[in-house]
Write a protein that binds this ligand. Sequence first.
Ligand code: HEM
Length: 338
Amino acid sequence: MNAISTFAQRAVLSAVACAAAALAMPAWSQVDPSELVNAFESVNGKFSGFRRSGAKGLCAMAEFVGNAEGRALSVSSAFSGKAVPVVARFSMGGGNPKALDNVKSQRNLALQFDLPANETWLMGNISSPVFGAATPQQLLGRLASLTPDPETKKVDADKVKAFADANPEVLLQGKYFASQSVPASFAKVNYWGVHAFGFTDAAGKKQFGKWVFEPVGGTQGLSDEEAKAKGAEFLFDDLRQRVAAGPVAFDFVVQLAQPGDKIDSAVTPLPDERKKVTVGRLTIKSVSPDATGPCVTINYNPMVLPKGVEASSDPMLAARVAPYAVSLGRRLVEGPKQ
Ligand code: HEM
């Protein structure tokens, strides 16, 4: 064997070893978090000080009271039955702080439960039962396909179609929003956690489930004409008025997985017929009168969980941690807004 072929052989072997190592690495560690945040900026634009996703939002102070069904599911002190203070943030999906309020798109409800013994539970929930990608790699590919060409400043429709044809999961969320009417209010739409989480009871039994925050009194949508008449900026004042006029509350509902259900996917809801339990109620107590408030500098990292609740192996869940930290770092340096 001559020196060249030995070298080539070694190169091939080392490439194979690298690929094998990459396969063994968790999905979240295979995508550079800065690259993901850069991709959000390329698609949405870069707005100094704002979150790179969920940019247009407002803070609210809330209270959560867990119930006996919650205590049966998990030992978490969130379900003790005593009122727990919550720092909430309602927002529009995407990185544009001037996102239109009257279109069929994503709304978010992020929550920080301040639990006894210095425990914190953070979550960022969205108004769709599915996310727009199954893995961080797929999200990066989708964002790359949506990035405008630097010369023409136009998105290449063929590129978008080719990526979506090869990755049909990325269309599920858009199809869901298209099937729904524009929500009448931040207070009148469901917010799903999208990932599965494990709940551990006092006997140590673990039950996986997916949660949704459902408005007490039901959801409400606008007709196309009503949405048009509302204009692009109505959601913040609407929420302030509703909370001033009377209680705005959401039931925390957990749908229970059964053995064999897919619990590692943010694009696959549990089967409809799975049992749902209501584990407590979130009541919005006040809404920030302006763009300030304690939520502005919070990073709603969904892997910050209390004792009694644990992450599933959904690759999208762990993949959120580092990009959120990168986004927070950038906006803190720029001067955090909204
Ligand atoms: C790898 C996948 C994801 C990436 C890279 C990503 C990226 C981001 C970033 C950069 C932020 C802004 C963070 C900050 O500045 O504090 C954010 C916010 C948010 N994301 Fe994600 N995200 C991902 C997956 C998801 C999923 C699966 C959901 C569905 C539940 C979700 C829901 C939210 C919500 C609700 C917010 C707004 C939170 C707030 O008000 O601060 N994200 N995301």
